[in-house]
Design a protein around this ligand. Sequence first.
Ligand code: FAD
Length: 459
Amino acid sequence: MYGNRCSFWKASLFALGLFGLLHSKQLTGVLDDCFCDIESIDVFNNFKIYPHIRKLMERDFFRYYKVNLKRPCPFWPDDGQCFIKDCHVEPCPESKVPVGIKSGNYNKYSQTSSSSSDVRECEQAHELGAVNNTLSNQSKEAFADWAHHDDAQDHFCGLDDEMSPDAEYVDLLLNPERYTGYKGPSAWRVWNSIYEENCFKPRSVYRPLNPLAPCRGDDDGEGFYTWLEGLCLEKRVFYRLISGLHSSINIHLCAEYLLDEGWGKSVWGPNLHEFRRRFDPAETKGEGTRRLKNLYFLYLIELRALTKVTPYFERSFINLYTGNTQEDSSTKDLLLQVLNETKSFPMHFDESSMFAGHKTESKTLKEEFRLHFKNISRIMDCVGCSKCRLWGTLQTQGLGTALRILFSEKEIKSLPENSPSKGFQLTRQEIVALLNGFARLSTSIKELHNFRTLLKDQR
Ligand code: FAD
């Protein structure tokens, strides 16, 4: 079955003249732990998904993310505030945030209430009251249940403290993820603690080229890969997701590198040398290729989650509310267009093979998986660079939401058509993180294509 589908995608690749280019690289072929190949993902992402998701992330609903960047690190004393200029995050003044977004989670049911785009800020309190008044008693009850349920649900990330006085809205378009200069022991400590303490790994097994390992990163990884291959699928998947996220973050900093600061103007663009240092198989003892494959794997997982959550958004009462009726409806159309594109991908990851063993055993494993992931989201509070912390937090929350979706298949299948469900709900923050997180992966894959072209030109 997959063979035929692959042939279709390969034929498209030939038509686009890309096949030769891709095959001249070592990053090619079938991915481990799933029925999919890299070339198919490239074509699908770069031509179908990326152009649309990029546009979607420019919409007001998706560009404002509320985050507390002042939460202290719960695991070790803070290394001190990061004073690197490019780590700075400019919070968005409340007055600039669309009124519908500021009004909180109620907005999901407010389609019939507030519709004017020019509601004055001072009317906001009144506006909130109006939202509640338009809800039927049944919906109100359902909402109360839902809010209660939200607190109890098995979230994969620590619930973000949106209500904290330290939480602020950030305009993601004005604070793009790019090179910041955050590096060295502080950054290594965070990555190390994510891998060492949360990837089910015994301390005696070291990751290849780990700068904090006693053998100073000279290890060729034999011991590590023997250990990894011996793991059950679920634990292997966990490591690969984290490594994929790590790759994606590092691709962005290579693609949006500070190239020049002359005349008071910063110039950002791709740094091929930095990219090769991190991903060239020759410079990384083959690790670069493995890391990039993990990025593709993570992409597939999140793609699968988007497909699975489509019925949630297809319901007419789900509104991506900002207070501007016209914009909200076109944002929803664009979102559904992206989600429907994801459905057309023929080689999705099959998550039913995960947690499919003995019932008690797989339940324990799933819980372990969830707790490890939750811990990682807390480690993000130890990142000593605000910009890196912002995007690290958002992407971790996005991945956590994707995992929650994948393990809520039953609940999503039985969603009521016209009212919220006790079984499965997404908060605005989760939706923003899910889509922006996926957009980051989509951009990474597109950037990889650009780097390949640059490498080819250089040759
Ligand atoms: P690091 O990326 O720090 O990696 C440490 C070690 O881990 C490497 O030596 C290698 O052995 C191993 N490793 C590297 N990649 C992988 C992988 N994909 N899979 C498995 N193992 C791997 N910097 C920015 O400029 N902008 C940002 O937005 C940004 N965001 C960050 C977000 C977070 C959450 C963190 C922890 C760091 C962030 N950084 C950011 C820093 C950046 O990721 C690197 O840590 C930094 O550039 C130093 O890189 P390095 O080459 O020393 O290796």
